[in-house]
Design a protein. Sequence first.
Length: 74
Amino acid sequence: MDNPEFSGFFLPFYNLQKTACEITSHHQPKNKLLQEYLTIYPTRDAVHDFEYGRFRDNIAPLLVIAGNNGFGYL
């Protein structure tokens, strides 16, 4: 996705998600919030790796769908 708005906000969004996942998995490894990442990372071990490319490849199409449904960037 080459949208400049996407490029500008995605890395900070990714870093925030990664940090939250790392903190939660370290302090509360059985927290149900971690299950939300299983659609992107199919195993708990994969969640710990939190690969940028895989995260981006899963989130980018959702942003396109949202844009097609009338949701825009703020």
